[in-house]
Design a binder for this molecule. Structure first.
Ligand code: LHQ
Length: 264
C-alpha cells in the first residue's frame, strides 16, 4: 500500500517505518497514526518481519503532535479535549509497540520532541545519532508529558532528572541521554545508519519468539513484586524452553557452532 505520511519497507525480515513529513519535522497527524496502524497490521502478520525499526525522514525524528492540525485547538477552549488523540492514537500505539512480538528499534536520527520523544523512549532499543536530541517540549505549550513520559522518565533516569526534563523543557543531547541510561546508544552521525542496520540485522537473526517473551517479562517488572516477577519469569521461561530456537541454541552450543535461529 502507498502511504502519504510514512514509508514502509521490509527487507530481510527487518520492517522499517519512516515517519515521512520532513517539511513539518515528521509531526504526527491523525492520518499518520492511521497509516502506522495499517502498517503494523502487515508487520504483525505471521512470518512478515522479525524486527521493526522506526525512524524519521530528513533532519528530524519527529516534532511530536502536529500542533497545526485542526483537532488540537478546535472548538470552545473550556471544552477542548486534547486527550482524545492520546486515547485514540498515541496510547493504543504505545500498547501495540510494547506487545509487538519482536524487537522494536527507535532510530532517532534527529530531534525527537513531545509525544515523539516519549514514543521513541518506549521502544525496546533506542539508538540515537550524536546530533539528535530528546525534548520534553510539553511545558512550552503548557501541557504535561504524555505518551508514557511520566511513566518512563522517572523509572529510567530518576525523579530529579525527570522533573528537570519536564519542567525546563530543554533539549537533552543524545550523548547525555546515553550517559544517563535513557537510551541504548549514541552513535556518530556518520555511522548511525550502519549501526542501526547492523543492530536490526543481528536481531532479525535472533530468537524472535524469545524476544517477545523477554519483552513481556521486562515490561511487567516495573509494576511487579519480586515474588510475582519470579513466578512470571518461570512461566515465560517455560514457554521459551519449548521453542525450536532453544533446542537449536543448546544443540549449536554443544556442537561448537553458531546457532541458526528461525524465530519460532
Ligand atoms: C511543526 C511542529 C509541530 C506542527 C515543527 N507541529 N509543525 C498530545 C495531545 C494533543 C495535543 C498536543 O500534543 C500532544 C503531544 C505532543 O506531542 S505536545 C508537543 C508537541 N510538539 C512540540 O511542542 C514541539 C514543537 N516544535 C518545536 O519546538 C521545534 O520545531 C523543534 C525544537 C522540535 C525543532 O526546532 P527547529 O529545528 O528550529 O525546527 P522548526 O521549529 O523551524 O520546525 C521546522 C518546521 O516544522 C517549521 O515549519 P516552517 O513552515 O516554519 O518551516 C515548524 O513550524 C514545523 N513544526 N514542529 N509539532
Amino acid at each position: 500500500m502507498n502511504y502519504r505520511t510514512i514509508l514502509l519497507e521490509v527487507t530481510d525480515s527487518v520492517a522499517t517505518i519512516t515517519l515521512n513529513r520532513p517539511e513539518r519535522l515528521n509531526a504526527f497527524t491523525a492520518e499518520m497514526h492511521a497509516e502506522i496502524r495499517d502498517a503494523l497490521t502487515g508487520i504483525e502478520a505471521p512470518g512478515a518481519a522479525r524486527v521493526l525499526v522506526i525512524t524519521g525522514a530528513g533532519r528530524g525524528f519527529s516534532a511530536g503532535q502536529d500542533l497545526a492540525e485542526g483537532a488540537v485547538m478546535s472548538g470552545d477552549p473550556s471544552r477542548a479535549d486534547v486527550a482524545r488523540t492520546l486515547e485514540e492514537n498515541y496510547n493504543p500505539l504505545l500498547h501495540r509497540l510494547r506487545a509487538l512480538p519482536m524487537p522494536v528499534i527507535a532510530a532517532v536520527n534527529g530531534v525527537a520532541a513531545g509525544a515523539a520523544a516519549n514514543l521513541a523512549l518506549a521502544c525496546d532499543i533506542v539508538i540515537a545519532a550524536r546530533s539528535a536530541s530528546f525534548l520534553q517540549a510539553f511545558a512550552r505549550i503548557a501541557l504535561i508529558p504524555d505518551a508514557g513520559g511520566t511513566y518512563t522518565l522517572p523509572r529510567q533516569v530518576g525523579m530529579a532528572r525527570a522533573m528537570g526534563l519536564a519542567m525546563l523543557a530543554e533539549p537533552l543531547p543524545a550523548e547525555t541521554a546515553a550517559a544517563w541510561g535513557l537510551i541504548w546508544k549514541c552513535v556518530a552521525d556518520d555511522h548511525f545508519r550502519d549501526e542501526v542496520a547492523s543492530t536490526a540485522a543481528s536481531l532479525a537473526r535472533g530468537p524472535t519468539r524469545t524476544y517477545a517473551l523477554l519483552k513481556q517479562a521486562m515490561y511487567a517488572s516495573a509494576d511487579s513484586r519480586f515474588d510475582d516477577q519470579l513466578q512470571r519469569e518461570a512461566a515465560l521461561q517455560r514457554e521459551a524452553g519449548r521453542t525450536h530456537d532453544f533446542r537449536e541454541g543448546v544443540t549449536a552450543f554443544l556442537e561448537k557452532r553458531p546457532a541458526r535461529f528461525e524465530g519460532r
